[in-house]
Design a protein around this ligand. Structure first.
Ligand SMILES: Cc1cc2nc3c(=O)[nH]c(=O)nc-3n(C[C@H](O)[C@H](O)[C@H](O)COP(=O)(O)OP(=O)(O)OC[C@H]3O[C@@H](n4cnc5c(N)ncnc54)[C@H](O)[C@@H]3O)c2cc1C
Length: 383
């Protein structure tokens, strides 16, 4: 880590936020020969991106697919490519792998939702297999019988996201990105429709272009530019259990709750969705409910050790889509925030899209759907 701040004031691009989104953008731009600096108010990659579960559900585009499906599908294709490239460049493995998933429904309502999800996957040509109780038990013998519908999704992937962030930090270093951990940004210097510098606790830093990628905290910096977006933190709590390896091998998901086996005996149980502002603490009720959920699905988890638990703040938006593109009124300021439950999954495509926009290249993806000034973006309707 360098500490010569003055030398680092000469960046082509400054990214504010060193989560998976900001680091991926920095990595991508640096690969294009652009000199990038990343500022984070804390340590790099320790917020939502660290706290997430790392699930990467299959996605494929089709003729007439909505913009969010196209975005997800493009990113899903990029994950193995990015993981291999990062490994080549750093020698580090981010744990990306195809682990498969079993999607379950436990009552009529969840069965209807699951059926719609399965249909959308099938329409996109994604393999699914409906499972009898016997077939489900063959695939995952530890699974309890507390479900009414089950499907296997063999193409479901996962990444060890804390490892991925370490790999991204190493790759950014290798590509010459300047990383400034522990340096909050709090304001801007402007002239007309250009940002001249970002103000931080370590002074002002000039650059040709600026990107706000500050996750759930992005609103303050954006509002200071007159860009008021309905972005808010949505807390998610996770419990990590430790048990014997191979107790379960696939992600097991029931609507928004899931078990994610890491392959070494660790199993994540997630997650809650709570609107509690910037409170990042765990609650005894959520932890108890998550453990209970896990035990109902896989009774043997009753004997697993509780290793730790944590919470993260997802960047939620009113319409569930991220904001990607220029900040209205400024020709050299960009935003990449609001990825809610999918920021890990969407990080590679976000980085490539932002890099194309910032270098004035034509994009093959319909990024207009993610503009800050899109319809409904400022309605503030509840999430
Ligand atoms: C429990 C949970 C489970 C999840 N599971 C998944 C999953 O399975 N798959 C998936 O794809 N996604 C998942 N997500 C969502 C995903 O983690 C987020 O969408 C993603 O991490 C957002 O990345 P980010 O870089 O925008 O935000 P963050 O990772 O929060 O990074 C933003 C960074 O900006 C910094 N910052 C903020 N303000 C300032 C400032 N003023 N100056 C400098 N720095 C600043 C912060 O310190 C932070 O490091 C999950 C999230 C949670 C909480």
């Amino acid at each position: 880590m360098q500490s010569d701040y003055s030398r680092k004031q000469l960046s082509d691009v400054i990214v504010i936020g060193g989560g998976v989104i900001g680091l991926s953008i920095a990595y991508e731009l640096a690969g294009q020969g652009i000199h990038v600096s990343v500022f984070d108010q804390g340590a790099m990659g320790q917020e939502s991106s660290w706290a997430g579960a790392g699930m990467l559900p299959p996605a494929r585009s089709y003729r007439g697919a909505p913009a969010d499906v196209q975005l997800r599908a493009a990113s899903h294709e990029l994950w193995p490519i990015w993981s291999a490239r990062l490994r080549e460049e750093t020698g580090l493995d981010n744990g990306f792998r195809k682990c498969g998933a079993v999607e379950l429904a436990c009552d009529d309502t969840s069965a209807r939702r699951l059926s719609a999800l399965i249909t959308s996957w099938q329409d996109a040509g994604i393999a699914t297999e409906q499972l009898t109780k016997q077939r489900a038990a063959e695939l995952e013998p530890a699974l309890g019988a507390d479900f009414c519908d089950a499907y296997s999704i063999p193409e479901f992937c996962q990444v060890r996201n804390p490892r991925h962030l370490k790999v991204l930090v190493a790759a950014c270093h290798q590509r010459g990105v300047n990383l400034f951990p522990g340096v909050p940004a709090f304001g801007w210097e402007r002239s007309g429709d250009r940002i001249l510098a970002v103000q931080t606790v370590k002074g002002r830093f000039e650059a040709g272009q600026f990107v706000v990628a500050s996750g759930a905290w992005s609103s303050t910096l954006l509002s200071a530019l007159g860009c008021h977006l309905p972005l808010e933190p949505i807390r998610g709590q996770i419990v990590l259990l430790s048990t014997k390896p191979d107790l379960i091998n696939r992600v097991i998901e029931v609507e928004k709750c899931y078990l994610v086996p890491r392959g070494d005996g660790r199993i994540l149980i997630g997650s809650t969705e709570e609107r509690v502002g910037f409170l990042k603490q765990n609650t005894s009720q959520a932890i108890a409910e998550l453990i209970d959920f896990g035990r109902r699905l896989v009774p043997a988890l009753g004997q697993a050790a509780v290793e730790r638990f944590w919470a993260g703040l997802r960047p939620g938006t009113a319409d569930g889509l991220p904001y990607l593109g220029t900040i209205p009124g400024y020709e050299n300021a960009f935003v990449a925030a609001g990825h809610f439950r999918e920021g890990l999954h969407l990080a590679p495509v976000t980085a490539e899209l932002l890099s194309q926009m910032m270098r004035h290249e034509k994009s093959t993806l319909p990024w207009e759907a993610f503009r800050c000034d899109r319809e409904h973006a400022e309605t503030g309707k509840p999430m």
